[in-house]
Design a protein around this ligand. Structure first.
Ligand SMILES: C[S@@+](CC[C@H](N)C(=O)[O-])C[C@H]1O[C@@H](n2cnc3c(N)ncnc32)[C@H](O)[C@@H]1O
Length: 414
């Protein structure tokens, strides 16, 4: 095995997972949760009971493949998932997780994603590739290989490291290469822990408290500080990478973190940004915030991106609260009339007064805007559609901006 990246993931499959945990919880997250994919790539109109092929490229120990496989199985349809990874150790964990769940719709393949066009695995409606391309010798070649097996209409959910938010990581990597010369990977783990414990207060890692992954496990530590090949991207570099593979970036997650108005209040400065397009605004927001450690984004074939993201502009739109329980959120809004969040050190308070909280309390992932309006009218008879919609739009901007609210349309509406 001469590829150092493959050797690393054979020794430290990532992320560390115990298949027995499948009996008690499903790991979910961005990208690739099915309702989120529907929202950002299929305008909320994909019926997942119809045939749907997903590829998880560089699937690691299986988080995305298991989540997609389970969610497709739950919808009772003809959806299938292909898992692909270089590491057979990672694959063993992923396979064991599928077995605990009794998932029959996930196929496991060991191989390099660069070889996809010749692997004979077919084409895919959706491709997940998280935390992988930045480890390739040539990320653009990898992305082009993925684009070559992407169906149209279809799309990708990607995660690549963010340059500014990883401030402190690369000097650590350089020091550890120096300190660890000639040592085996497992011995360098101990060295990394010693160095972390002895860093001066001025060190950039010490000054970047939002990088805590390495404290969770050896696999996380190896991934962060002892990686054999790893680079980070700015938004303009991502846009160029996507362009080189014939793709457009459709949306960043969480959208609000990529929008300058989230951070800037000065109207004169904001006015000067008005001519920028969505991706340029995202690049500005990234430079401004400085804390984006990773970029999660959805991409589609160039020129096909317009209208991909669902909009709540019709009464039959069904809002779905992503990972926040409606009752807890509504209770918090009742107390504070604002949604308070902390985004890696950036505190936000989004006002959501009275009616907005009542709307949130009624969102159950099945009820349409028209039905929510009718329900609210029972005790607010004067609430017309325009006033309801204005309140819902505030909710959508706040919660959607944080990727907590997605939109779907009923399958009959396709
Ligand atoms: C950081 S892990 C991410 C795993 C998973 N995508 C996740 O987000 O949990 C990177 C994975 O990519 C795999 N990998 C790296 N280079 C690859 C390549 N060229 N082809 C296929 N898999 C690759 C590694 O073996 C490893 O399992």
């Amino acid at each position: 095995m001469d590829d150092p990246v493959q050797a690393q993931y054979e020794a430290y499959p990532y992320p560390a997972r115990d298949p027995r945990d499948e009996a008690r919880r499903l790991v979910t997250g961005s990208p690739s949760e099915l309702a989120e994919v529907n929202h950002y790539l299929f305008a909320g109109r994909r019926d997942f009971r119809r045939p749907f092929r997903a590829l998880v490229a560089g699937g690691g120990t299986g988080d995305a493949a298991i989540m997609l496989g389970q969610q497709l199985a739950d919808r009772g349809g003809a959806g299938e998932v292909v898992y692909l990874d270089l590491s057979s150790a990672a694959r063993r964990t992923a396979e064991a997780r599928a077995e605990v769940r009794g998932l029959a719709n996930v196929t496991f393949v060991t191989g390099a994603l660069e070889d996809l066009p010749s692997l004979g695995l077919g084409t895919f409606d959706y491709i997940d590739c998280c935390g992988v391309l930045h480890h390739l010798e040539d990320p653009a070649t990898g992305l082009r290989a993925l684009a070559a097996v992407l169906e149209e209409p279809g799309g990708m959910g990607l995660m690549l490291y963010g340059e500014y938010g990883r401030t402190g990581v690369y000097p650590m990597q350089a020091m550890l290469r120096e300190l660890g010369r000639g040592l085996k990977l497992e011995d360098r783990v101990g060295l990394a822990r010693r160095l972390m414990a002895d860093l001066p207060g001025t060190n950039w890692l010490r000054r970047n408290p939002y990088l805590g992954d390495h404290e969770r496990s050896d696999a996380e530590l190896v991934d962060l500080f002892l990686h054999s090949r790893d680079r980070a991207f700015t938004v303009p570099q991502l846009a160029e990478l996507a362009r080189s593979a014939g793709l457009d970036i459709v949306a960043f997650v969480e959208p609000a973190r990529y929008e300058p108005t989230t951070y800037l209040g000065d109207p004169e400065l904001l006015a000067r940004l008005e001519g920028l397009d969505r991706v340029e605004r995202a690049g500005f927001a990234e430079a401004l915030a400085g804390n984006l450690k990773k970029h999660i984004f959805y991409a589609a074939k160039a020129g096909s991106g317009d209208g991909r993201v669902a909009r709540p502009d019709r009464p039959e739109a069904v809002p779905i609260l992503g990972r926040l329980p409606a009752a807890a959120l509504a209770a918090a809004l009742k107390r504070e009339a604002a949604l308070k969040v902390d985004l890696d050190g950036m505190a936000l308070s989004l006002p959501l007064p009275g009616l907005d909280g009542e709307i949130v309390a009624r969102i159950d992932g099945r009820t349409s805007l028209a039905e929510l309006h009718a329900d609210l009218q029972e005790h607010r008879p004067n609430l017309d559609w325009l006033a309801f919609k204005a309140a819902f739009d505030r909710v959508y901007e706040a919660l959607g901006g944080l990727n907590h609210l997605w939109i779907a349309y009923p399958p009959s509406d396709q």
